[in-house]
Design a binder for this molecule. Structure first.
Ligand SMILES: Cc1cc2nc3c(=O)[nH]c(=O)nc-3n(C[C@H](O)[C@H](O)[C@H](O)COP(=O)(O)OP(=O)(O)OC[C@H]3O[C@@H](n4cnc5c(N)ncnc54)[C@H](O)[C@@H]3O)c2cc1C
Length: 501
């Protein structure tokens, strides 16, 4: 029960007692406490309001306002993005970026006994309600937890010159805190191709499989129903890792006819049912798997760092700390990273040194940026920006992304029936089909090797406020299905001209 309803109930109880002329001592005490309760309630509302704007308040205020269980002392004890703490600290490794890559890496290094500093430009928004509830993720894009990048005009899009939003998480948890939280490994064939065609050692599917298994804690329901795969579920899926993986449908959503219709329609047009697309094979249609559990989104900070932070004093997190560049030392033609230059939330700029390695895990867009700012990149390009080239390398090229094409189908007006817990957990992307296009089949023949699936068709079932979408004639609530076509990363569309502003 929230503060408002508690106060209302207390007032109602008092009013009743007064009516019967029976104001008890407890009633009087409650009446006396009322101004304090109201003041606390008002302060809480003010804190929430302050935390919602663009870059509102301090990181500490944002962390505290949505989660009363987190105490101020916890915050100060655990997150050290202050000048004094960073200057007095001593670290073996500095990991830049606390996203999907940085969090598990920092956790593993710390568990192995190393002293680790995890540096993150964003704040502690991973605890906010918007981040915790996948259903609200649409609100996060272009908000203060998104870097807010946009592409340069794309001549080949319609209308020509259209710009694309390129969301990237800027908070503890990185993009795992703002994404659709679907748990998808991709096509095994792609890993094998990278290993063979590009000589990426250790990247064949058999070699990456143990790592996939080690990070996931898959619910018992997944894999076991996949016919002959009951035994192969153990070979392909992990049950003891940090990230909880679950499907929401069934049993959480109960029967949702739109989802069943979608599965049936795919089967009728010849696509096989696949109960576990993260199992032995990708193609086919089935329920979506999410990194989620009872409490909502399982972002990487919550999965890997939060549970161990208190128990590993050698693991340090500096949030709202922007890495400006890597400090490089050049001796006898060798270049060595010795630390990072960071800018704190206060605007202070300082150098933090480490004894062993600097690990850059700032994402596909910002890792190359940090390298280039540090003097690693194409000499000509660096010179244009007045940066001395320390090591000439083709950094920042060949960016590939997967375009997403939404198609909206409007359904009949319908009551929202989803249970509260399911609503909290679900991002509504309930089922998907991994499918191979004719283009990909042709490529398969040319390359003489299997390529898996290249198209990901996702069913999204949403209830929306119709006035939000300007469907004035429609009933107030309606259910509609949106099918998103999502090209899987292996055969990504190339954007030769994409550079962010
Ligand atoms: C909208 C959206 C939906 C997606 N949906 C899915 C999905 O459903 N399933 C799926 O598997 N994948 C999905 N993805 C992709 C997935 O989230 C990313 O591939 C993955 O999170 C990338 O991990 P990363 O560690 O490379 O980068 P990130 O997770 O982006 O982490 C990089 C971190 O580095 C920080 N950083 C950057 N620069 C600096 C700096 N200079 N100093 C300090 N810190 C810095 C950033 O703030 C960020 O926290 C989605 C991505 C987006 C954007």
């Amino acid at each position: 029960m929230d503060a408002a309803s508690s106060v209302t109930c207390a007032l109602a109880a008092l009013a009743l007692r007064l009516k019967n002329g029976q104001l008890t001592t407890a009633g009087k005490a409650l009446l006396g406490a009322l101004p304090i309760l109201l003041m606390q309630w008002r302060q809480r509302l003010q804190r929430q309001k302050a935390a919602r704007g663009k870059h509102p308040g301090t990181a500490e205020q944002r962390a505290l306002c949505f989660n009363p269980a987190i105490q101020k002392e916890d915050f100060e004890e655990r997150f050290i993005g202050t000048k004094e703490a960073l200057e007095s600290g001593s670290f073996d490794y500095i990991v830049v970026g606390s996203g999907s890559a940085g969090c598990p890496l920092a956790a593993r290094l710390a568990k192995a006994g190393a002293s680790v500093l995890l540096v993150e430009a964003g704040g502690e928004a991973q605890r906010s309600m918007e981040v915790q509830m996948p259903k609200k993720m649409w609100r996060l894009w272009q908000s203060e937890v998104d870097w807010g990048f946009r592409s340069v005009p794309q001549e080949k899009l319609l209308p020509p010159g259209r710009r694309l939003d390129m969301e990237r998480g800027k908070t503890l948890g990185g993009s795992s805190a703002i994404n659709y939280n679907m748990w998808v490994r991709g096509a095994p064939e792609d890993y094998d191709r990278w290993a063979e065609e590009f000589q990426c050692q250790g990247w064949s599917y058999q070699e990456v499989l143990p790592h996939f298994k080690s990070v996931e804690r898959v619910s018992a329901a997944i894999g076991d129903a996949s016919g002959d795969a009951a035994s192969s579920a153990a070979a392909f899926r992990g049950r003891g890792g940090a990230v909880k993986v679950n499907t929401l449908h069934p049993p959480m959503l109960g029967s949702m006819e739109e989802v069943e219709d979608f599965l049936r329609a795919c089967e009728e047009t010849g696509d096989a049912r696949n109960e576990d697309y993260n199992g032995p094979r990708l193609p086919g249609v089935g329920y979506t798997q999410f990194n989620t559990e009872g409490g909502g989104r399982e972002d990487c900070f919550n999965a890997f760092i939060e549970p161990i932070l208190r128990w590993y004093p050698n693991l340090h997190v500096a949030s709202e700390t922007f890495c400006r560049k890597v400090l490089l030392e050049k001796t006898d033609g060798q270049v060595r990273a010795t630390g990072v230059q960071v800018e704190l939330r206060t605007g202070d700029i300082l150098e933090v040194k480490c004894r062993r390695e600097v690990v850059l895990s700032a994402g596909a867009l910002l890792t190359p940026q940090i390298l280039m700012l540090s003097g690693i990149g194409e000499a000509k390009h660096l010179k244009e920006h007045g940066i001395e080239c320390v090591r000439e390398l083709p950094v920042g090229q060949n960016l590939q992304d997967h375009p997403l094409v939404p198609t909206v189908l409007l359904g009949e007006p319908k009551e929202e029936t989803m249970p509260r817990a399911a609503y909290r957990n679900s991002s509504s992307l309930n089922a998907q089909l991994f499918w191979q296009s004719e283009v990909d089949k042709k490529r398969e023949e040319e390359l003489k090797r299997p390529l898996g699936a290249d198209i990901q068709i996702i069913l999204v079932t949403l209830s929306v406020e119709t006035d939000q979408l300007d469907f004035a004639e429609q009933a107030r609530r309606c259910l509609f299905a949106m099918i998103l076509v999502h090209v899987v990363c292996s055969k990504m569309h190339r954007y030769p001209a994409i550079l962010t502003d």
